[in-house]
Design a protein around this ligand. Structure first.
Ligand code: IMP
Length: 425
């Protein structure tokens, strides 16, 4: 048995939470492999909006095990609050949330350093979610970090103290004021961590997943953020601090490349981005506003308005290539309903097609558009078959399949799990 991977092909917010929830009944394991509480996976269940930040999106399917993999960075108070919020809704999480012993911890110092570093960047700021993600991954690679399973070790407290001292020095160097209650924050942080450790003892995630695959169980690796925010392949430095492409499912979960099966690539029928950085197809006009309003394009984690624009085929092709995507999922096709004309960037000026080598910097990229006739979906209608969709939407999907040389398996036509059309098996 091989593990499948599901990831975003744009700048995040492609609707991965809902897609994982829809696919989850087919899987025994849903495993998050990177990122942290910078993610906001939104799900609508029975008219209720639920946003997950660290918990994998299989949690609403009672037969799914949900692993927070070693590639994730976790903030104990936020994770505990997320768990408690689900329990208050009456969910029995039992042993269905598992946390890798090797997942790194985000401390209050990481959050402060994130704020201090962003403030110091001035105009050059990345637009970080300020959740401490960058500093936590920095410390991981600088070998100053602490893992979820490290607390039992004899030197844990010394390492934590030393990490706190380093962050304090960092704040002084950046001229950023240390809050008066930092010690109290640290105490509350430690309490949350102890509670988590008691209720969710650290597990060897890699061993569990490999064993599950050996026994014929199905595993879906759930990505966060999007391929264009990958620290290696995104528009550096306007990226997140983890790898968001399929290779990260291997390192972030302890799975060998030979154990990877299908790779689902998700994208919206248009584009959005939060934070700073290049966005070649961004719409700065009324149409961008209309998209933002129609798609409720406000950050699930920070509430910031998302930048909106037309679909970008060169970027999409690049992202699909990086991850070896073999199944596409198109989301939010309903948001474009009522647009008389829909555009797609088919290449950038100077490129012969979207299949050319992707430029390292995209600030100067000028998109060349192709226009499509828009579509109108009937509000409230539950589309069951591809043939029921408007012909113009079908033509749009066929164009995308042919351009990306990859089949579309699912189309999402609304926020709740039932507004999802499977177009291929
Ligand atoms: P960080 O990951 O919080 O450091 O933020 C770095 C960049 O990634 C910023 O532009 C954020 O807006 C963006 N980012 C991080 N997480 C997400 C996400 O889940 N969706 C969309 N953008 C994100």
């Amino acid at each position: 048995m091989k593990a499948d991977v599901l990831l975003g092909l744009q700048w995040g917010d492609e609707g991965k939470g809902k897609a994982v929830d829809v696919l989850a009944p087919d899987y025994t394991w849903i495993a998050r492999f990177q990122g942290g509480p910078n993610a906001g996976h939104t799900l609508w269940l029975d008219g209720q909006k639920i946003v997950l930040h660290t918990i994998p999106s299989g949690v609403f399917r009672k037969d799914c095990q949900n692993l927070i993999g070693n590639g994730v960075v976790l903030h104990p108070p936020s994770l505990l609050a997320e768990i408690r919020a689900l329990q208050e809704k009456g969910m029995d999480l039992g042993q269905r949330i598992l946390i890798s012993d090797k997942a790194h911890l985000i401390t209050p110092g990481h959050r402060l350093m994130d704020q201090a570093q962003e403030a110091a960047k001035g105009d050059q700021k990345i637009g970080s979610t300020l959740r401490g993600i960058g500093p936590a991954y920095t410390d991981k690679y600088a070998r100053h970090g602490l893992r979820y399973g490290d607390l039992a070790g004899p030197d844990a407290m010394t390492r934590l103290q030393s990490s706190m001292n380093t962050h304090r020095q960092g704040l002084v160097a950046l001229g950023y004021p240390e809050p008066d209650d930092l010690d109290a924050q640290m105490e509350a942080w430690m309490e949350s961590l102890q509670t988590l450790l008691q209720e969710f003892p650290p597990v060897d995630g890699s061993w569990l997943l490999n064993q599950a695959l050996d026994q014929g169980q199905k595993v879906l690796a759930e990505g966060a953020q999007g391929s264009m925010l990958d620290v290696e392949y995104g528009a550096y430095p306007f990226v997140t601090s983890s790898h968001t492409t399929a290779a990260a499912a291997c390192t972030g979960l302890g799975l060998a490349p030979s154990r990877i099966g299908d790779v689902y690539g998700l994208f919206k029928a248009y584009c959005t981005r939060v934070g700073s950085g290049p966005f070649p197809t961004e719409l700065h006009d009324e149409q961008g506003e209309t998209l933002r309003r129609a798609g409720h394009e406000f950050g699930a984690t920070t509430g910031r308005p998302r930048r909106c624009g037309w679909l970008d085929l060169p970027a999409l092709h690049y992202a699909a290539r990086l991850s070896g995507v073999n199944k596409l999922i198109v989301t939010k096709a309903d948001v474009l309903s009522g647009f008389g004309e829909v555009k797609v960037a088919v290449r950038y000026e100077g490129m012969s097609s979207h299949r050319d080598s992707y430029p390292n910097q995209q600030d100067a990229c000028v998109p060349v558009y192709r226009s499509f006739e828009g579509w109108s979906l009937t509000p409230g209608k539950n589309y069951q078959r591809l043939e029921e969709l408007p012909a113009t939407l079908r033509a749009y999907l066929t164009f995308l399949e042919e351009s990306l040389d990859c089949p579309v398996h699912w189309v999402s036509l609304g926020p709740d799990r039932h507004s999802t059309l499977q177009t291929r098996h």
